[in-house]
Design a protein. Sequence first.
Length: 65
Amino acid sequence: MSKIMFDYTKSILERVSFDPTLFCKELEKAIKTLLPYEMEQLNEWLSTFIIEKPELKQCLVLVKV
């Protein structure tokens, strides 16, 4: 079940990546929903995804603790 949630979260973030504000809001929701090991996976995915979209880099502050 958790793999499904992680994949769903990624798909939502990909869909809203055109708008940094919306991306940050969805990322905040993901942080509240995902389990700790899923957050590690999300961090890895974000690192590669944001390379292509530097305007989203500001949102990384939310996941870096």
